[in-house]
Design a protein around this ligand. Structure first.
Ligand code: T3D
Length: 262
């Protein structure tokens, strides 16, 4: 049986491909478990400095596999599914001390849309669409949707997207600030890989501190955020990569960032 997550390593980048193309890469329990294991392995791999997430076939991810949700007996406990699978997935991605680039190759629906929005840099093929499909089946946006959407696109658009469940094109998503950029379909992977490679060459600890600061920003007051910036900058300033960055600048040469802590 094919693995539900394909893993390829190129240089310092780990590429993870959701691989249930017949179902537009909708999540079943196996894919959840495989993705969790792949993200944990990337976190623990000292050679991995960036993760690229994409989907096989014509879709990115259609959210929960609804063929596992046909109700034949009692009502299901979707809270348990969220607690066991979707929430840990988003927490894993946000807590990963490495940048996650998402290449949205096609439709991103339901939890699949919000999985993309949880990533650090989202690049989408022009033909891709994002759809908060939940309202159509009586659910609410989960997988962080009610957190990410209003912060990314503002309250009015978040409410429209969540309640009307209308698709948003990649171009519109870019113009709304929902994603980093939309690119031609045939350029998607090359563009996403170039971004991941560029991130892999940057100071790993510096990027991890940036991620930590931005993750905290949404829930912090300005005072708390200023304090956090001070604390993280103190740590960043003590890394050998910072010393190397300054030295390379002064010597007018390309820096060689290693991520070493001493
Ligand atoms: O349950 C919990 O644990 C709680 C958590 C929930 C999180 C969620 O994500 S809830 C939301 C679930 N997702 C959806 O509601 C989206 C359902 N899919 C669609 O609305 C459409 O398929 C799309 C808009 C995504 C794409 O439309 P289109 O016309 O491009 O493709 P299609 O023909 O509908 O789909 C292609 C195939 O994929 C088709 O199978 P077939 O007929 O070729 O055998 C379709 O049934 C299958 N597919 C698409 N999405 C899902 C799916 N199969 C199972 N589950 C899906 N989510």
């Amino acid at each position: 049986m094919d693995s539900s997550i394909l893993i390829t390593k190129t240089g310092s980048c780990t590429e993870l491909t959701l691989n249930r193309p017949d179902r537009l890469n909708a999540f079943n329990e196996m894919m959840h478990r495989d993705l969790a294991a792949a993200l944990d392995a990337a976190a623990a791999d000292p050679n991995c400095r960036a993760v690229l997430l994409t989907g096989a076939g014509r879709g990115f991810c259609a959210g929960q596999d609804l063929s596992d949700r046909l109700i034949t007996g009692g009502a299901p406990d979707l809270g348990a599914s969220i607690e066991t699978f979707y929430n840990p997935l988003i927490r894993r991605i946000r807590a990963l001390r490495k940048p996650v680039v998402c290449a949205v190759n096609g439709i991103a629906a339901g939890a699949g849309a919000n999985l993309a929005l949880a990533c650090d840099i989202v690049v989408a093929a022009r033909s891709a669409k994002f759809i908060q499909a939940f309202a159509k089946i009586g659910l609410i946006p989960d997988t962080g949707g009610t957190f990410f959407l209003p912060r990314l696109v503002g309250e009015a658009r978040a409410r429209g997207l969540a309640m009307l469940a209308e698709p948003v094109t990649a171009i519109q998503a870019e113009s709304w600030g929902m994603i980093w950029k939309a690119v031609d379909d045939d350029a998607l992977l090359a563009e996403a890989r170039a971004i991941a490679a560029s991130l892999s060459a940057q100071p790993p600890q510096g990027l991890a501190f940036i991620k930590e600061a931005l993750n905290a920003s949404a829930g912090n007051t300005l005072d708390a955020q200023l304090d956090l910036e001070r604390d993280l900058q103190r740590k960043a300033g003590r890394t050998p990569d910072y010393a190397e960055g300054v030295r390379a600048f002064m010597e007018k040469r390309a820096p060689n960032f290693t991520g070493s802590s001493e």
